[in-house]
Design a protein around this ligand. Structure first.
Ligand code: GAR
Length: 275
């Protein structure tokens, strides 16, 4: 019988899955009160699928490339019957910006893939969806159906940069090429923008003179492997909540931002301090 207090975590991957492995290891070693209930991928070659199978976790693949290719045709196929372009348009905070004709096709094609993703996830009830190197943008169609109004939100992502710097697909590369002296990684909740959601945790490390991009990536991943299980653990312990903050800025401007508040917990977690 599964332990009733274990957080049920679903994981999505696109590639190597070393973050998935770090989560599986943390679960196995009792550092994370969770169990991984499925691992899904957007391509059958994702090595993370093998890692999941080796741990006895059910897997599935949603062939994004094939699904999206169908939407290159003219006219494109119909989107899912429950997809509302107006609602998706109004909520999304993605590029291409609103008004760009490519946006509609982008939103409809993603919704088609996301409908298949939702169907593949349906047999596996979960509490938290963890993106571990899942290299696909998720749109409001999917996000709203997973969150269903939950607070804290139910989708977490790890990004290889100190957000809000360097969103996108090559965080360490962008950090390195910019000439930054510090690099880092960020775990955040997923919102309607690309890598814009409320930040849960970050780790920074220096870029030393002589470091190659490969060295930065390697160091960064080692930080990710510690940070991600820690953030999931906070979620499992019910210590994350979001708060809408309003700031008055010079010139009468007003900034509103949803931030994560970490509720204080035991100074030393059960099972000993994290390394
Ligand atoms: C990690 O560096 C992760 O931060 C990054 O992909 C890598 C996946 O490695 N994610 C993104 O760039 C998301 N935009 P892994 O498959 O070995 O965990």
């Amino acid at each position: 019988m599964p332990h009733p207090q274990l957080l049920r975590v679903g994981v999505l991957v696109s590639g190597g899955g070393t973050n998935l492995q770090a989560i599986l290891d943390a679960v196995r070693e009792g550092r994370l009160p969770a169990r991984v209930v499925f691992v899904g991928a957007d391509n059958a070659e994702a090595k993370g699928l093998e890692r999941a199978r080796a741990s006895g976790v059910p897997t599935f693949v949603v062939p994004y490339r094939e699904i999206l290719a169908r939407f290159a045709a003219d006219p494109p196929p119909p989107p899912p019957p429950d997809f509302s372009l107006a609602a998706a348009r109004a909520r999304q905070r993605l590029r291409p910006a609103a008004g760009d004709p490519r946006l509609d096709r982008f939103l409809a094609s993603r919704a088609a893939a996301e409908a298949e993703l939702l169907a593949a996830m349906r047999p596996y009830p979960f509490d938290l969806l963890v993106l571990a190197g899942f290299m696909r943008v998720l749109t409001p169609y999917f996000i709203d159906r997973v969150n269903a109004g939950a607070d804290p939100p139910r989708i977490m992502n790890i990004h290889p940069a100190l957000l809000p710097a360097f969103p996108g697909t090559d965080g360490y590369g962008d950090t390195f090429r910019y000439g930054c002296k510090v690099a880092g990684c960020t775990v955040h909740f997923v919102d309607y923008g690309e890598d814009t959601g409320p930040i849960i945790g970050q780790r920074a490390f220096p870029i030393e003179e002589g470091d190659t991009l490969e060295a930065v990536r390697r160091k960064g991943l080692e930080h990710e492997w510690r940070l991600y299980p820690e953030c999931i653990r906070l979620y499992a312990e019910g210590r994350l909540r979001t708060e809408r903050r309003v700031y008055e800025l010079p010139g009468g401007r007003r900034l509103t931002r949803t931030v994560v508040v970490i509720v204080p917990g035991p100074a030393i977690p059960p099972g000993g301090p994290q390394r």
